[in-house]
Structure formats: C-alpha cells, structure tokens
Design a protein around this ligand. Structure first.
Ligand code: 6R9
Length: 635
C-alpha cells in the first residue's frame, strides 16, 4: 500500500488515522518510495517538543536538487519545468526544460563555488522574479549552501539586518528589475544595504534591465561572465537530512524578524506530498502560483513542491494590473494554466475591476483554484468560485505558515467538499488541536480556541537562526507539549476548521472574545467596500470597542459616508451579530500591507490606540506611504 497519493475521502480518513497511529510507518514509506537517497535514514524521527528539538529521517543522506531535477531527466528531460512570463508581454517568454534547468543550475552552482561558497555558507538572494532567482536557490541547494531569499521589494535596512543576522558572505542581485511601468533598482539598494559591512565578500550581479549601475571591482562580479565560462555539470553535495536547506525571515510582532531555518529531508518530503495531494496534481498540469519566490509560498509551491513532482511551474515577473487589469487572465489563457494559486488580497483587488477583463478570456483550462495567506472572506470566495472557476473548480483554502514549511489544513482538491471561509481538514500527519487558556485541549466539535499542533511533522522549521531560545519561547511555551501557531480557529459541527485570525487580533468586547476575520467578512459583503481591517481600542463601558479601517472600491468612493457607515454596521449585525458593530469607521485609501499581501493589523491597532511612536517591526511593510494619511485622519 502506497501513501503518497490520496484517492478519495475514505482514503483520506484512513491515511489520516494511519499517520497518527503509526507515524514512523506512514512517513517512512512515503520517504522510501518516492525520493532518491544516497543513504537511507536509520530512524524516522526523534523529538522533544519542550526543547523545540525535532529531527526527521536521522542520518539519511540526499540532495534535494537530485530529486527536483536529475531524477526527471530520463523521462521528462524535454518537458518544460519553468515557464517564465516577463513583465512586458511583448518580451519573449522562456520555456525552460528539465534538461536546460539541469544545465543552468549546474553552471550557477559552479559559479558560486568559484566565488568560494561552500557547504553551510549562507547566500542572500535579492532578485526580482526572474528564472535566475529560482536557479540560484537550486544552485545553493546543489552545493549545500543555505539560501536566504529577500523579497526584492524590501528596503536596504531590511536587507542589512538579514545579511548581518545570518552572516552571508555572498549576495546575489541584479542590475535592476521590471515591475509594471516601474523599474526597481536592486543593485543600488544592495549597495546601500552593505555599506560598511565587512562580512560580505562578493556581490554577484545578474543583468536584467541593462541599465548602468555603480560597480565596485573589489566585491562586485558580473554573473554573466562567470556563467559563460562555467562547467555545465555539477556533482551534487551529499547532505544530511537535518542539514539546513534555507533560512527565510518572517516578521515577529515585536523585535527583529525571525530567520526560520528549514531542513533538507523533512521539507522535501512534505512539500512534495502536499503539492501532489492538495492540488490533485496530474502529469501535464500547468501550475501557477502568483506568490513571490521570496515568500514561503513561492519556496514550497512555485519551486520545490512543483519540481519534486516533475511539474511545469509558471514564474511571472510582473503585476496583475500591467499593462492592464486582464494580465492574470491573459496568462491563464496563454499557457492553459490548470492550477491558479493566489492570495485573498489579490482576489479582492481583481474583483474591483470591470468584469469584462475576465470575460474576454478563455479560462476553461483551469481545474483547481487555491487561496493562501489570510482568511478568505465569503464574498471573495464566491467571486473566485463563480467567475473564475465557473463553479467547476474546487477552491483549496490552504492554511499554513513560514514555520510549518508546507500546507497543514486544506481541502484536497476534487476530494474534500469545500465550505466558504473554511480551510476544512488537517492533512495526514497534522495533529491539530484547539486549546483553552488553561492549557486544556478542547475536545468535540462546534468549539473555538488557540490553534496548536500536538505532534511534529517533517517540514516544521527546526530553529530560529542564531536564537533557539526565541524559537522555544515563541512556539513551544504557551501551550507546553504542543506547537502554538499564533492563530485562533473554530471547529464546526463536522470537524472543519475556520481560521478566525491571529491570536493577538482577538478583541474582547463586553466580555465576548471576538475574532476579527468574521467581522471583516461581514463588512466585505458591502458592494462599495474593497477591503477592511478591524482592531480594538479601549472603551469605558465595553472594555474594548471596535475600530474599522475600510477602503472603498472606485465606484463606492462617491457614496455618502454617513449612509455607508450605517449600512456597514447593519451588515455586521445581520451576518455576525450586533456585538460586532463598529464604534469607529475610518475610510482609507489603502490598508498597510506586508509583501505577501497580509494586512498589518498591528500598525492599525497602534493607530487606534494613538500609540504612534512604536509600530514594532515594519520592515516587511510594502506601502509605508499610506500610514501617514491614516494617522492624520484617525478618529
Ligand atoms: C503561507 C503563509 C502565516 C499566517 C498564518 C495565518 C495566515 C495563512 C491562511 C491564513 C487564514 C488561510 N494564513 N494562510 N489565515 N486562512 N488559508 O501565509 O505563511 O507568511 O508565514 O503567514 O498567515 O495567520 O499564521 P506566513
């Protein structure tokens, strides 16, 4: 019996039970039958949750790129691994076959080696969404260097703190990048970021825009020149299962970003397994995830999960509105995309455009739709389902985190009956539980609590780079014996999970614990509303009251504001209950967001509290310009 592919709902329940009762057998069999190893492991796992000490496939030896590339060459050498769609639709796209990918990764690996990069060294990658970004990540993995990708929209300060934290000696960047009508000056930002930093030995510069850049011959090197001269094959480094594959920074509510460290084998096995099952992947499918590679979703599903299954994956350099708001639909139509995996914030923004942009395209190739990053509100879910999937395509609302490495709670496409706003059921191997404040597991259904996981899974992050104590404190201390996700959730009458928001977003109004997601969900039903964020502020009588920051669609912006406020509160009363009505409503141009499209509620909370001097870590904010006008107009 193989456990790699789940055939139907009955089998899902069987596999789930097996994974709980016999986790060694379950994961051991998956690892053995579907991957290539230099040497088998001698123990499937070993852990001590209290110490945040977790190991999988102990003493196994492997290289993830052998599994992503080399093993496909005999059967799928000429198959397209990566479709690259440039920002400018008139620029020629690239179809990179598995053979070609092998050559590019080998050459790039040899380039890195020629710069002195060795196994265990950290390499920061600050590149736009071009094939070289994916190739460099794989090249690092090939030689056992630990990649740390920094999203190309980040500031010099964000790069500097990450480079310093992980002690990278090489940074890979480009002369620039294209994003819509703008060009981004990646090299200039890196120059500023590393001013006076002595640890950085080399900056490797890929040519993309061909615009002139300042060049310091002591540390800057052109990628092209070394690449041309590099050998076209490379013997992969032998890695231990537990050796780190990459570091990826995620913001904490306080303090500096956390460098989450992922290991090689566990991450490989679970990203492959979840890609296969959550998306019902079939040979010949064209998978498009719109995330940036600089985010965990890009790491796990644009790159590793897809290639591990020998899939064709799309890398898109541009933005949804360039050259016009039909760009996403153009791409789906042009490449006959079967899987479209995006974020609620993108869906909400696409919804505000005239429907003719969608209607003029043929979207019949689509088979599965996916959502990730935030709770998806009901209105967005229905729009996605009705107008993009045409009620034919299951929507997989995938809940997971940078820390979890792969999808944890999600419908299985074509298997699990979906329910709007519900991430539904935990995947095999994922023992989710809800906990109360007294650290008791809340049993049964129709309950709410803090979402925790009571048994480790292969792709869980192993530590925070350089700060294991913070790792233990953040994830393993609030609810001893479990991993704490930081999210709250409810479990409905059939055991489906709905994520109700971050635990720190809960507001207690007149003694009621209110999750902000369902209230925002009610607000977003209003036809004039584009997006909303709800936070709490102190109130003499209720203890706390609710403050809503709301952005309007273009056609809503001329509406009478007082009427709008009344209608919004009425919607909340109807859909959620009068307890969720807002005391303050501020209309804003846009909400502050992170690079991955998450609303920075923390910043809004500080504004609502009138605490304007400390917004915590805002290095991940992508639109800081909106904050000053929100502050000016605060209520
Ligand atoms: C993959 C990713 C993790 C946090 C997570 C939760 C929120 C992600 C969600 C979701 C509701 C979903 N989140 N997916 N909330 N429904 N389907 O987003 O990783 O950037 O680390 O964020 O995002 O709050 O805890 P990351």
């Amino acid at each position: 019996m193989s456990y790699y592919k789940i055939a139907d709902l009955e089998q899902y329940f069987k596999h789930y039970k097996k994974s709980v009762r016999e986790p060694r057998k379950f994961w051991g069999k998956i690892a053995e039958e579907n991957f290539i190893w230099y040497q088998a492991w001698d123990k499937v796992f070993e852990f001590d949750m209290g110490k945040g000490d977790i190991k999988w496939f102990l003493n196994g030896k492997l290289n993830i790129t052998k599994n992503c590339i080399d093993r496909h060459l005999s059967k799928r050498g000429e198959k397209t691994a990566i479709i690259f769609e440039p920002n400018n639709p008139s620029e020629e796209p690239q179809h990179i076959s598995y053979n070609e990918l092998y050559t590019r990764v080998s050459k790039t690996a040899n380039v890195l080696k020629s710069l002195g990069v060795k196994k265990g060294d950290r390499v920061c990658i600050y590149l736009p969404m071009i094939p070289e970004l994916a190739v460099t990540m794989l090249a690092c993995a090939r030689i056992g260097a630990i990649h740390s990708v920094i999203f190309a929209g980040f500031s010099d300060a964000a790069i500097r703190s990450r480079v310093e934290d992980c002690g990278a000696k090489v940074i890979v960047t480009s002369d620039g990048g294209f994003r819509g009508e703008k060009t981004i000056k990646t090299k200039e930002v890196v120059d500023k970021a590393i001013e006076g930093l002595t640890s950085v030995e080399k900056v490797l510069v890929v040519k993309r825009t061909n615009e002139p850049v300042s060049f310091n011959n002591k540390i800057d090197v052109w990628f092209d020149e070394l690449y041309e001269a590099a050998e076209a094959s490379n013997i992969a480094e032998i890695m231990d299962s537990e050796e780190p594959l990459f570091i990826l920074y995620t913001s904490g509510s306080t303090g500096k970003p956390k460098g989450m460290v992922h290991s090689t084998a566990g991450y490989m096995i679970q990203t492959a397994y979840t890609f296969q099952n959550v998306f019902d992947y079939k040979e010949g499918d064209i998978f498009w995830c719109t995330a940036d590679l600089g985010w965990i979703t890009g790491h796990s599903y644009i790159l590793y999960g897809a290639l591990l299954n020998g899939a064709t994956t799309v890398i898109f350099e541009g933005i949804p509105t360039y050259p016009n708001p039909s760009r996403y639909w153009d791409i789906i139509d042009k490449y006959q995309v079967t899987h479209f995996y995006t974020a609620p914030t993108a869906i909400r923004s696409l919804m505000t455009n005239d429907y003719s942009y969608v209607a003029s395209h043929n979207l019949t190739s689509l088979r599965v739709l996916g959502s990730v990053g935030e709770p998806i509100n009901e209105e967005a879910w229905h729009w996605f389902n009705d107008f993009i999937g045409k009620k034919r395509c299951p929507i997989v609302d995938t809940w997971w985190q940078t820390e979890t490495g792969s999808i944890m709670i999600s419908p299985l496409a074509c298997i699990t009956p979906t329910k709007p706003t519900y991430a539904t059921l935990p995947l095999p191997g994922i023992q989710t539980v809800l906990m109360d404040e007294k650290n008791n597991e809340i049993l049964g259904n129709q309950v709410m609590g803090s979402l925790c996981v009571k048994f480790p899974w292969p792709s869980i992050a192993r530590t925070i780079w350089g700060d294991h104590e913070r790792f233990v404190k953040t994830y393993f201390s609030d609810f001893p014996g479990t991993y704490f996700t930081g999210d709250n959730a409810l479990r409905d009458e059939v055991g489906y999970y709905r994520i109700t928001g971050r635990a720190d977003d809960v507001v207690i109004v007149s003694g009621h614990n209110l999750g902000t997601a369902p209230i925002e969900d009610a607000i977003n039903h209003h036809p004039a509303v584009a997006e909303s964020a709800v936070v709490g502020f102190p109130h003499d009588i209720k203890g706390n009251a609710l403050y809503g920051f709301i952005s309007l669609k273009k056609e809503g912006s001329t509406r009478d504001r007082d009427n709008l406020k009344k209608e919004i509160n009425q919607l909340i009363a109807d859909h959620y209950g009068p307890i969720g009505k807002l005391d303050k409503i501020q209309f804003v141009d846009d909400l502050p967001k992170t690079r991955s499209g998450k609303i920075l509620r923390r910043v809004l909370r500080s504004i609502a509290l009138n605490q304007l001097d400390n917004f915590g870590d805002t290095s991940t904010m992508i639109n800081p310009e909106v904050v000053s006008s929100i502050i000016e107009n605060r209520l």
